[in-house]
Design a protein around this ligand. Structure first.
Ligand code: SF4
Ligand code: SF4
Length: 350
């Protein structure tokens, strides 16, 4: 198993260094336009937050996997974990927010020792869509997680899981040896309790992200291919496939630089830039909360340590009215959200 950039003491573990890379070189010498100049061409700068719809809470960076392209730089060696006190502050906000979606992410959120307590409490509030992003293998990682499908069902959680491909080779290359077989088993167990079955209200969606320095294909046609292959080969059902573009930060940035693909990838993102996507990028309706309660425009900005541009910085001072209309913090990584059909945690945006 590889180690996180933090554990390796990589220079890219430092978010300032990542932001420098994203602003220097091809962007400094004018070969490529900066994101702010690109969106200004269509009068969309500065990018502003609209009404909050999705509250995304990152309950910690610990994970049982160390995927090659992880934007969180998560892994078993990351110890940042949300405390119950911060969860309690989040619960107060969940009770009062106008957001219709609550989205728990990590790391592997299930590894937070207070995860089940938090899900139980949050599910009582009755948000319309309560998402847990589960990496699937956690369900098979240890006996104590075997009952997660039943637990999710009990609390009517919407499960969204990464599944980079329907073949073992491509999945294991990106996520680690043995991940494919464990993911298949976990999906079958989720199906067995009703998740992902046709007409079932227990939602199970999968997320695809490319395994190299290229952009995802068309979401609808990839969904068809995934559905056919998983059903034919393993009798697995799921509802939707979301295609996500890898953003050039953290371990994916490390991969791009090490494989000498960084510049070509940035050219490809800008070549595919679609101004129609800008009004719908996820930071316009989402707020991201870090394990220690700080607020960010999105999970990517959280990892780059770009906090919200607002007087309100922490969940303990939360004020939805003050946060609405804030100017979004952007840099060149944002090109990942506006290429082609656009990309968000819910897949394409157009
Ligand atoms: S991509 Fe997801 S499953 Fe993989 S290391 Fe990152 S948080 Fe864990
Ligand atoms: S990376 Fe974050 S801030 Fe940038 S466009 Fe995407 S969602 Fe918005």
């Amino acid at each position: 198993m590889i180690k996180s950039l933090h554990k390796r003491n990589s220079e890219l573990a430092n978010s300032k260094r990542q932001l420098e890379i994203l602003s220097n070189g091809i962007f400094q010498n004018g070969d490529l336009p900066k994101f702010k100049d690109k969106i200004a061409e269509t009068g969309q700068f500065p990018l502003k937050a609209k009404k909050l719809e999705i509250l995304q809470i990152n309950v910690g960076y610990m994970c049982n996997q160390v995927c090659e392209h992880c934007h969180v730089d998560a892994g078993p060696d990351r110890k940042e974990i949300m405390t119950r006190q911060t969860m309690q502050q989040c619960l107060e906000v969940i009770k009062n927010t106008g957001a219709h979606t609550l989205d728990l992410t990590g790391g592997a959120p299930e590894m937070n020792p207070d995860f089940r307590w938090f899900v139980e409490e949050a599910s009582k509030v009755g948000v319309k869509d309560f998402i847990v992003r589960s990496n699937l293998t956690i369900i098979r990682a240890n006996k104590k997680y075997y009952d997660l499908p039943e637990f999710f069902k009990k609390h009517n959680v919407h499960v969204i899981s990464s599944m980079p491909h329907w073949t073992r080779g491509k999945t294991d290359k990106q996520r680690g040896t043995g991940v494919f077989d464990k993911s298949i088993k976990a999906l079958q167990e989720l199906n067995a309790v009703g998740y992902g079955m046709p007409d079932s209200s227990l939602r199970l969606d999968l997320v695809y992200n490319p395994s190299g320095a290229f952009l995802p294909g068309n979401q609808a046609s990839m969904e068809k291919d995934f559905k056919k292959a998983l059903l034919d080969d393993f009798e697995i059902n799921f509802h939707n496939l979301f295609t996500i573009t890898n953003l050039p930060i953290s371990r994916f940035l490390d991969y791009l630089i090490a494989s000498e693909n960084y510049e070509d990838y940035m050219y490809a993102l800008i070549e595919a830039y679609n101004p129609q996507t800008v009004k719908s990028v996820m930071c316009t309706n989402t707020l991201s909360i870090s394990w220690d309660g700080y607020l960010y425009d999105c999970d990517f900005n959280q990892m780059l340590n770009l906090p919200v541009n607002s007087k309100v910085k922490h969940i303990s001072d939360y004020n939805e009215e003050l946060l609405e209309g804030r100017t979004i913090m952007i840099s060149q990584h944002c090109y990942g959200c506006t290429a082609g059909a656009g990309s968000s945690c819910q897949g394409s945006v157009t």
